[in-house]
Design a protein around this ligand. Structure first.
Ligand code: ADP
Ligand code: MG
Length: 140
């Protein structure tokens, strides 16, 4: 059975552009409940840890630099079938391929600066939520 939580980040490009509120509104209107949230900033080392699975990819160094270039918002979201439904809401990694009306289609600037993160599995949603939030920060 699919889990009911996923993890998201509003990435530096969207935060800097002042799109956090509009993105959170789309997330809530799609039926997701925000069960933990904070504004924070990654160091390059922490960005490297978060994206370790991509360390052999050619874009890894740029991605770590970009993800630590400014503030982000990290949040745990709750909804039935959360992981899959959230990936549908955000759209394809490359905004050029993202469906109309998706968050990335509306707000992403490029394949790298693509506005939001969404976990790709229930297992990673739990790992990523735990990366950002301690047990005492997850009071809901
Ligand atoms: P997604 O975020 O859609 O799950 P991936 O897990 O494949 O995509 O990649 C993680 C992040 O790395 C992307 O969201 C994007 O910021 C960046 N990225 C992915 N592919 C590329 C690429 N070809 N060039 C530059 N950056 C990329
Ligand atoms: Mg991914």
């Amino acid at each position: 059975m699919a889990g009911n939580r996923t993890f998201t980040m509003i990435k530096p490009d969207a935060f800097e552009a002042g799109n956090s509120g509009a993105i959170l509104k789309m997330i809530e209107e799609a039926g997701f409940k925000i069960v933990a949230m904070k504004a924070t900033r990654l160091t390059p080392e922490l960005a490297g840890k978060f994206y370790e699975v991509h360390k052999e990819r050619p874009f890894y160094a740029d991605l770590c630099a970009y993800m630590s270039s400014g503030p982000i918002i990290a949040a745990i979201l709750e909804k039935d079938n959360a992981v899959e439904d959230f990936r549908t809401l955000i759209g394809a990694t490359n905004p050029a391929n993202a469906a109309e009306g998706t968050i990335r289609k509306i707000f992403a600037k490029s394949i790298e600066a693509n506005a939001v993160h969404g976990s790709d599995s229930d297992e990673n949603a739990a790992i990523e939520g735990n990366f950002y939030f301690s047990q005492t920060e997850r009071v809901i």
